[in-house]
Design a protein around this ligand. Sequence first.
Ligand SMILES: [Zn+2]
Length: 406
Amino acid sequence: MTSARPTLYRDAALADATGPDLRKDVSVLVDQGRVVWIRPLSEEPELPPDVHVVDAGGSTIVPGMVDAHSHVTLPGGSHWIDRGADPPDELLDVAEHNGNLLGQAGVRWARDVGSPAAPDPSDGRRRALALRVRERWRKEAARPRLKVAGTWLAHSGVLPGMMIEADDGPTLLAAARSQLDDGADFLKLYLDGPKRDEAPWPADAVRAVVEMAHGRGAKVTAHSGFLAGARVGIEAGVDSLEHGFELDEEAATQMARQGTFLVSTLAVFRSWMSFAQTTTLPRFVGEEGKERTTKRRELAIESVRFARRAGVRIAAGTDFGGGSLRANHLAWEVESLVEAGFKPWEALASATVRGGELLGEPGAGRIVEGGPADFFLVHGDPLSDPASLWRVWKVAWRSEPHARTA
Ligand SMILES: [Zn+2]
């Protein structure tokens, strides 16, 4: 077996999202997928004799990003909901394509917050497709690392066909248990009900799910488009809210107090606004639809601002697949957070280290000596300009290994 040579990335800038300042003249030695050391160019220690040197001059090293809200088995686009009904084999192919897109965009981790269920060929049992993708990708070091929520748990009458439906507490709890039995890493509750001003379940039904999951070492997250559901989720002690499109100050304050994460997905609205130009769908093109999008977007931005001011930890997600974005669009969310008033380095932290905290993976979204060599290189300074995240030059964990010559 040939082993890869150590690689030196020489004379790059480094943006690690722990603060606003870019480090310059940095050299990073990588061996066996780990960061051996990070030093100023002028203080490089003696190099291993077989080192492969990458001249990284003019580029910036950025930690591999975490897409905290993704749906790897779904393609996205303006018909994103219809695509959920595609045959499972096609959705598994979509996942492989998404895996490439994620990697090329510098996304190391994807947190899958819902996939359709289909019979598993190994035992014929229906389970979330993303679980199969997770098992596949575990065996391939260059594939995105995945945490999987299984299939959405929702009240009936919300999105028929795709979700597991439960209309009362005991049914919900049983459905939640079945997801963990199938191997889900965490649970995803859909806290929008059939009526916009009513949560689908009472707080004690949700709390029973949270207690059961915590007892099994799993976390619970909740889709929250409207305030009524958000309130129930927070009261029941869910670990995070997805979207949080309609939070008020009180909700944000309680989230901060409890340590509830918010996963922002603001770029969803920018995507819909782009469809006003690129599609003929009345929902995006019609005046009424455009107005609704504008209004919801304003509320969503206000909600994220409440959360930021209250000190809620905020991780960034695209909602690709389960929404209209594509798997290589996380930079769009970072830009959207900056537009909402985040400093660029804070927005990058949301797409890296905060996401790692949410996943419970301390190495994710960080670059440290001894840690995984999960970084990518861009042109420009993402600590002052989020658009630089689109200009990916090299992805360390996907680089072709330079074999040792024996
Ligand atoms: Zn989603």
